[in-house]
Design a protein around this ligand. Structure first.
Ligand code: G1P
Ligand code: ZN
Length: 557
């Protein structure tokens, strides 16, 4: 195998964001761009391994590669294989057809004790030649690389002068096979479903779920033409016996059928409308581009992600065999609704609040501090892997429904009666002039102390800060993670407004404003009704119209 050393010029924009490096696909396709980034990752990983152990087995351990099937997926996989071979990796494992969901990649990395893996995805961002592409590197625990490593990748990328690549033709990834090269290196094309499906069978009581479907229970799962289609078809229809046709849009397409594979009230509107119609099934669910997010909706009952996390945490010990010994603790990202904290308090277990992004949960899970974690952005997962897991969340809900023998709506209402209700909304202002958005946050930071006592939506600001996270496991501090305004009525703190800038967008800046108000008495209002005044006052207070010319948010979820 001929190895070529290619001289290259460094790019200065390869800093990974909340979940890996994301750019427009064409940006990724420019000469040397993907190669440079891949080489920077490989160098940083090698450096990290050598720092721990000079004789590290890095190159003899498997390296896993797969993606969500979007445009440029296969081409990028071929490039990464060639770089990995040239850099000395001896066991490269690529999912068949390049299709591997993020949770499945995490599963495979852990099951095979791999050194890590490349996941090619821009998650819920649209795909296609004119849309988005992304790369994420997961480390040996199957979780996203921590900031220390991603920052090192960025440093290396800024000074990179060459990369190594094997000079060989592209590979056929369509059939499960193993190919051995003259230097002893192996390329294995593996079935991307097996390990994941096996793991789900170990966690959940599949006989109970089969009995549920056998009794006439109906499901509609929308795979949004993204990566979970084949997994969902296999698990729900083939194994559990859901009626054929329960899984829709199940063929992964390079452009997700022109849609936006983000399972929320905006992009999964059709599914939600269906669940509010006479045709509704008992459960409706969807997941995103790379299969780590989930949406749960019952008949006439959309379940907000914060409630879904809290409800799963509330019931999982009783309803899901693998959690029967109880939970170690729960964790949520800071902007996520605090409903799950109430469950933790009742269960007498710890609850953690982390910055946005799944990587912050990994340390807690590795240190056995938490069993379940989640984010308001439709992400839920547990310590079975180190990525969030869309289908796992759906299986949790199926298990709860099978055990409780109640409708989704009844389960949600019972929860509110028990714990009160956290009314919640996220408002996204997209494609903003980045400098102006940064300035807005910087200004707010300097004003924080003077905000105490200010009124918004009839409530007053009791406390104002910029969230800083002290990782209880490794001791690191991550600051500037979002401005928080805590709100109180006459007697107690009952809510929050949080705002921060997105770290996953590919153009301009996205401002996310998160609203949350807790109510013990009014359980049947809409979030709009409860949050309306607060939203109107916050828009005025932040001068969003003057700054960005926007009357209201582009997306409300
Ligand atoms: C968004 C979500 C965050 C999630 C991330 C990756 O990041 O808000 O919860 O972990 O996507 O799926 P953001 O764009 O807000 O930085
Ligand atoms: Zn995703």
């Amino acid at each position: 195998m001929q190895i070529k050393n290619i001289q290259t010029t460094a790019f200065n924009d390869q800093r990974p964001g909340t979940a890996g490096l994301r750019k427009k696909t064409k940006h990724f396709m420019q000469a040397h761009y993907l190669e440079n980034f891949t080489q920077s990752v490989l160098n940083a990983v090698q450096e990290k391994a050598a720092a721990v152990d000079q004789n590290s087995e890095l190159y003899n351990k498997p390296l896993i590669i797969g993606g969500d099937g979007r445009f440029f997926n296969r081409q990028a996989i071929n490039t990464i294989i060639k770089l990995a071979l040239a850099n000395g990796y001896k066991q490269i494992c690529v999912a068949q057809n390049g299709i591997l969901s993020s949770p499945a990649a995490s599963t495979v990395i852990r099951a095979r004790q791999a050194s890590g893996g490349f996941i090619l995805s821009a998650s819920h961002n649209p795909g296609g030649e004119n849309e988005d592409f992304g790369i994420k590197y997961d480390v040996e625990n199957g979780g996203p690389a921590q900031e220390k490593l991603t920052e090192r990748i960025f440093e290396i990328s800024k000074n990179l002068t060459q990369y190594q690549i094997a000079d060989i033709p592209d590979f056929n990834l369509t059939t499960v096979s193993t190919q051995t090269f003259a230097n002893g290196a192996k390329l294995e094309v593996f079935d991307g479903l097996n390990d994941y499906v096996n793991l789900m069978q170990k966690l959940f009581d599949f006989d109970q779920l089969k009995a549920l479907f056998n009794s006439g229970f109906t499901l509609r799962f929308d795979a949004m033409h993204a990566v979970t289609g084949p997994y969902a078809k296999k698990i729900f229809e083939e194994i559990l016996g859901a009626k054929s046709g329960s899984v829709i849009n199940y063929i992964p397409l390079e452009d997700f059928g022109g849609g936006h594979p983000d399972p929320n009230q905006v992009h999964a509107r059709k599914l939600i409308e269906f669940m509010y119609s006479d045709l509704a099934t008992d459960l409706g669910a969807a997941s995103d581009g790379d299969g780590d997010r989930n949406l749960i909706v019952g008949q006439n009952c959309f379940v907000s992600p914060g409630d879904s996390l809290a409800i799963i945490a509330r019931h999982m010990q009783a309803c899901i065999p693998v959690y029967k010994n109880g939970l170690l603790g729960v964790a949520r990202s800071m902007p996520t609704s605090q409903a799950v904290d109430l469950v933790a308090q009742k269960l007498g277990i710890a609850h953690y609040e982390t910055p946005t992004g799944w990587k912050f949960f990994s340390n807690l899970m590795d240190a056995n501090k938490c069993t379940i974690c989640g984010e308001e952005s439709f992400g839920t997962g547990s310590n079975h892997i180190r990525e969030k897991d869309g289908l796992w969340a759906v299986l949790c809900w199926l298990s709860i429904l099978a055990y409780q023998k109640k409708s989704v709506q009844n389960i949600v209402q019972d929860f509110w009666v028990e714990f009160g209700r956290n009314y919640y909304q996220r408002h996204d202002y997209e494609d903003l002039e980045l400098s102006k958005a940064n300035e807005l946050l910087a200004n707010c930071r300097t004003q924080l102390p003077s905000l105490i006592g200010k009124e918004l939506g009839g409530l007053s600001i009791a406390q104002a800060d910029d969230f800083s996270y002290h990782d209880p496991v490794e001791g690191s501090i991550t600051s500037k993670q979002g401005i928080r305004l805590f709100l109180k009525n006459t007697t107690s703190t009952i809510g929050r407004i949080v705002f921060r800038l997105s770290g996953t967008g590919t153009t301009g800046g996205t401002l996310r404003i998160y609203y949350e108000l807790y109510d013990r008495e009014h359980l049947d209002c809409t979030a709009d009704e409860i949050l309306q005044n607060l939203v109107l006052d916050t828009r005025k207070f932040l001068k969003l119209k003057e700054l960005f010319g926007k009357e209201k948010a582009d997306i409300i979820t």
